[in-house]
Design a protein. Structure first.
Length: 313
């Protein structure tokens, strides 16, 4: 079948549903300026220049090469909103509620501010020590909370913190129980301490790999993969018996704890394989950003991601 004229010039990633309105407007302004400059010497030439420019913008999404990259990198959120484009959620961090976040761009940053899936049967080994009794995740000091409850400890071969072997074993056992479970919206919401018996309905939505939790009130959280969601639900189930005060921690503070803890994960919860730490650029129609990512090595499932500062901003 013969290809339509100019089809080879079309750029689907910048046209149709992917067309970026700010980028299109910017290019139309450039086309008008170019046409106006040419029209000073030849009115017909100016009209032709504008016509060709508009045609290229329609077919390719832009006039000048590199405009989409510049627009994504340098247009501030306020400008995007002028065109009715809300900036995309920077990353899939997990449970957000009405403002909780992992607040971590590195492990150091993270430490500062259904079915048979039942909680672990582990009993805490003795009474919590004094620091554990005083550790409160609502204060934002996650390192104190994790270390006081023997969840994290100094790494043997690095100047950092690592998940304790006992907690990791119990955490991954809970995750294995969830592998074939139905991760309903109610199960996820209950794991974060939300009231699932008050009549409000919760729904888990899959958007490709991304897992989204919504209620009748709106968006609640977003995870980069099912593996990441399993990790959070399993960690919450483990903490029920690991940290006596967990049942009294509110939803947003649970989100902060679980989002932060997931960055320290060392075993893929769905395969039992290793994880790797790296960075990559994530793009949408109107923005791009570099993220720090923790990923399952053998499957590529994203477990944690955090937007990195733009060094060129």
């Amino acid at each position: 079948m013969k290809q339509p004229p100019f089809e080879s010039f079309r750029q689907p990633e910048y046209t149709g549903e992917n067309r970026c309105t700010p980028c299109t407007v910017l290019n139309l302004i450039i086309a008008a300026i170019l046409g106006s400059a040419i029209a000073r010497k030849s009115r017909l030439g100016g009209v032709i220049a504008v016509g060709i420019s508009v045609g290229l913008i329609y077919i390719r999404g832009y006039l000048l090469p590199g405009t989409p990259t510049l627009t994504k990198r340098y247009l501030p959120p306020a400008v995007l909103r002028w065109f009715g484009k809300e900036p995309d959620p920077a990353v899939s961090t997990g449970f957000q509620g009405s403002g909780a976040s992992a607040q971590s761009g590195s492990k150091a940053d993270a430490r500062s501010p259904a079915g048979d899936a039942s909680p672990t049967d582990r009993e805490p080994s003795g009474a919590p020590n004094a620091s554990a009794a005083e550790a409160d995740p609502s204060t934002g000091d996650l390192e104190e909370f994790f270390v006081a409850h023997d969840i994290l400890e100094p790494c043997a071969d690095a100047d950092d913190l690592c998940v304790t072997a006992e907690f990791e074993d119990t955490w991954m056992t809970a995750a294995e129980r969830l592998m074939d479970a139905d991760l309903t919206g109610e199960l996820v919401a209950e794991s974060f301490g939300m009231d699932t018996e008050a009549g409000e309905e919760f729904e888990r939505i899959e958007d490709g790999e991304t897992q989204i939790l919504e209620s009748e009130s709106g968006w609640i959280g977003q995870w980069p993969s099912r593996a990441a969601l399993i990790a959070d639900v399993a960690a919450s189930q483990t903490l029920r018996s690991w940290a006596p005060e967990w049942s009294g921690v509110d939803a947003e503070d649970r989100g902060t704890v679980l989002n932060g803890l997931r960055m320290f994960i060392e075993t893929c919860p769905t395969t039992g394989g290793d994880v790797e730490l790296g960075s990559e650029v994530v793009e949408s129609c109107c923005s791009s950003h570099e993220v720090l990512a923790v990923t399952c090595e053998d499957t590529g499932e994203r477990l944690f991601e955090q937007q990195l500062p733009n060094a060129e901003a």
